[in-house]
Design a protein around this ligand. Structure first.
Ligand SMILES: [Zn+2]
Length: 576
């Protein structure tokens, strides 16, 4: 491709709308442009990169035995009513009425559609297992689309769905996808971590997330530097906290006046205590509307995902009236001792080992000190109910855990029978008995592969692509666009194309500085400078974009040198 015939609208200035490195650079390098909130055009250079990521995903899905199909974005509401999932997605669903008054959904995911396909065509154990996948546009009405293509309302996903006769089959299908994901992200040159995850709105029992650790990530992940334990924030657990080695004498309960001191910060400042000496007490109502109380240490936060495992789904914080009824006090003065109503009190494990703590007194403008779990209230409902914090110890090996940020690029779920049961996807076994199929589902955010590669590889000058994702393998920069420089560039251009190397020729009549800056900005892995003294002496300068290192190569050898370099880099990333 010749630069003058392409469409690469690079920008010198930093776009004001962009917060993240990837967003800024993808705009500046002419890869993407925003059309409207959360919707981006991939310009030709950007689209080449996206298609390369897509192709790697496709090759590995095919290699894993998955079958590609293409399902409509447009989905009838009835399917979502069959699965019972309308409410789960709520306002994130893009919904519209067509001219006949029928309600349609622009699919955020395709479990319903694929289950409908399978129930129509598969009825026998002989047709199973099967894994179907597509690479397709999804819609999600994000409340706040941002970070460029990392959190957009329209995005490209690879979604795969496995159907098996039994759990052992699901395990195999899941493992095939898991292994394919590892290969995909390695081929894309991404450093990634696999973390244990909760299942979120898709439901199901076991799942893992593939995360690229980087500061720009929206998610937090927990890692053990010692044993490799990794989990996302919702799922992460820690070693139970020990009781104090030397237990001080137990103080008596004492009510102290704390006028208008409601928050943990206010009360700790007022009482001169650190937050880890406070018991934070929260009133909830369960799915059936029955109130209960949860206590965590003042410096900890309730993990509602963990809470749901204990009390069931649908619990939410109580309103002011319920808090008054349960505690006998206005908001801000709740505590586990002396609740007005006898309701279940769930304690986080860290609370159970506290000594001489402070909590609300269940009366207005008062707290109590000398609170001792076990003595002052029962320890019959102790669970892990909190998020881990820095300083916690690994649940497996007791080393200190590390918490960092990451971008989620893939997710694998063991779904079970949630959709197949609701929608009647069954098969007959050898004896003719009917069973519900067991499903798994597997997603990759293709845009996120591209954006996370930018986040972790780019430098101050611009983008840096691994050879597998690069829009072109080689960029030729003749210093003049006439005379012998251009003749040498044209010759090399033809030779490289003949060798199967993807080459971009910067044939713009522009200053060398402009061309070099743009070269660094768009991040083609190998740049060849054609001209100056080198050419007179019979050599060309080949520069590696990632390291900035240059080598001089005799003119006659340049095509062979570049071809070998491109092939070896591709082979290194694509290796088994
Ligand atoms: Zn560990």
């Amino acid at each position: 491709m010749r630069w003058t015939q392409s469409l690469i609208p690079t920008l010198k200035e930093v776009p004001s709308e962009a917060e993240l490195v990837s967003h800024r650079l993808m705009i500046r390098a002419g890869l993407i442009r925003k059309l409207t909130a959360g919707a981006y055009t991939y310009l030709p250079l950007g689209y080449r990169i996206l298609r390369k990521a897509e192709q790697i995903v496709r090759e590995e899905m095919d290699r894993a035995g998955a079958l590609e199909l293409h399902m409509p974005v447009l989905q009838p509401q009835e399917l979502w009513e069959e699965s019972g999932r309308m409410a789960n997605f709520g306002p994130d669903l893009m919904i519209f009425k067509d001219r006949h008054g029928k309600t349609n959904i622009l699919g955020p995911t395709h479990e319903e559609v694929v289950t409908d396909v399978v129930r129509n065509f598969i009825s026998s154990y002989k047709q199973l297992p099967v894994t179907l996948y597509q690479i397709q546009t999804k819609f999600r009405d994000e409340i706040r689309p941002r970070f460029g293509v990392l959190r957009s309302r329209e995005f490209l996903m690879k979604d795969a769905y496995s159907f098996d006769c039994d759990v052992a089959g699901l395990e195999k299908s899941y493992q095939k996808q898991y292994d394919a994901y590892c290969r995909i992200f390695s081929r894309c040159g991404l450093r990634y971590v696999v973390v244990e995850a909760e299942s979120g709105p898709i439901g199901g029992s076991a799942s893992s997330e593939f995360m690229v650790p980087c500061d720009a990530g929206e998610d937090e992940l927990v890692q053990c530097p010692q044993c490799g334990y990794a989990a996302n924030m919702e799922k992460a657990t820690a070693q139970p906290l020990p009781a104090p080695a030397e237990k001080p004498p137990l103080a008596d309960l004492k009510t102290v006046a704390t006028p208008d001191q409601r928050t943990i910060d206010e009360v700790t400042a007022f009482l001169g205590l650190s937050a880890d000496r406070m018991i934070k007490t929260l009133v909830y109502v369960d799915g059936a509307g029955k109130p209960f109380v949860v206590c965590v240490r003042g410096d900890h936060d309730v993990n509602e995902m963990k809470l749901a495992h204990v009390v069931g789904a649908g619990a939410q914080l109580a309103d002011e009236r319920t808090i008054l009824e349960v505690t006998g006090a206005p908001v801000g003065f709740a505590g586990p001792v002396g609740l007005k109503q006898k309701v279940p009190v769930y304690l986080d494990q860290a609370v159970s080992v506290m000594v001489n703590a402070a909590s609300g007194a269940n009366q207005a403008d008062a707290h109590v000190t000398g609170v001792n779990p076990g003595r002052d209230f029962p320890l019959d409902r102790v669970h892990d109910l909190r998020f881990v914090v820095p300083g916690d110890l690994c649940p497996r090996c007791s080393a200190a855990i590390a918490i960092c940020r990451g971008i989620e690029i893939g997710h694998v779920f063991k779904l079970g029978t949630k959709y197949s049961q609701a929608m009647g996807a069954t098969y007959q076994d050898e004896a003719g008995a009917s069973h519900t199929m067991i499903m798994g589902c597997y997603g990759i955010g293709v845009n996120r592969i591209v954006a996370s590669a930018v986040e972790i590889l780019a430098d101050e000058q611009g983008l840096v692509w691994p050879m597998t994702l690069a829009p072109y393998h080689v960029l030729l920069v003749p210093l003049r666009v006439d005379g012998e420089e251009m003749a040498a560039a044209e010759k090399l251009y033809r030779e490289l194309q003949a060798a199967g190397v993807e080459v971009l020729l910067d044939d713009r009549d522009a200053r060398a500085g402009v061309k070099f800056n743009d070269a660094d900005l768009i991040g083609v892995p190998l740049r060849v400078t054609i001209g100056g003294r080198g050419l007179k002496e019979g050599s060309l300068e080949v520069r590696d974009r990632a390291s900035g290192e240059t080598v001089k190569v005799p003119v006659a050898d340049v095509a062979a040198h570049l071809t070998a370099e491109v092939r070896s880099r591709l082979a290194a990333l694509n290796k088994d």
